[in-house]
Write a protein that binds this ligand. Structure first.
Ligand code: ABN
Length: 176
């Protein structure tokens, strides 16, 4: 065999070796593993699924949230909610005292279908809270009848006249 034949024999063996069945399987294996790693990080658009999980067009019912003006007992409350000022629906925040005089409104409870008398007492003795200001005016009357007018500082009869916030306690039932 001359050098020319030897050269081509070696080249042919090398090509045959590098394109063997084993190297072909190795290359297919690499492709499969590479695909498995790459696919999960591709950017999927899951917005459609998230929207499907949310109830469509349904606003939360605030009529049962005593920190919202829409709460059913606040139908005639003009002032700042004590529930946003460190108090509760019927208790003044620490450091304030409940007003000695008040105005009573009537609100309809949509959850049991009944009407209730609500006493809107102001809490007195600390500077105005300024959180959750509401202005409910159901069945309110003009100022000439003070007992049915809510735009009044009911701290007037207390030692300190400084208004802080307003509570809304149930004090009776309407004519149900
Ligand atoms: N009753 C709440 C309030 C206090 C001061 C002034 C207006 C209204």
């Amino acid at each position: 065999m001359n050098w020319f034949d030897k050269f081509f024999e070696r080249r042919s063996r090398s090509v045959a070796h590098n394109t063997s069945r084993r190297s072909a399987i190795t290359r297919v294996g690499k492709l499969v593993v590479g695909t498995a790693f790459a696919l999960p990080v591709l950017p999927f658009d899951r917005i459609g699924q998230a929207q499907a999980a949310e109830p469509k067009g349904k606003a939360p019912d605030k009529r049962n949230d005593d920190t919202a003006c829409e709460y059913w007992r606040y139908c005639a409350l003009d002032g700042f909610l004590c529930t946003c000022c460190g108090g509760t629906i019927s208790a003044c925040p620490p450091g304030t005292e409940v007003s000695k005089v008040t105005w009573v409104g009537t609100c309809h409870n949509p959850f049991d279908g009944k009407d209730y008398l609500i006493s809107y007492n102001d809490c007195c003795g600390a500077t105005t809270c300024n959180r959750c200001g509401c202005n409910g005016n159901e069945r309110e009357r003009p100022g000439y009848r003070m007992g049915v007018h809510n735009d009044i500082n009911w701290c007037m009869a207390n030692g300190s006249n400084t208004y802080h916030c307003t509570v809304a306690a149930i004090v009776g039932m309407g004519d149900n």
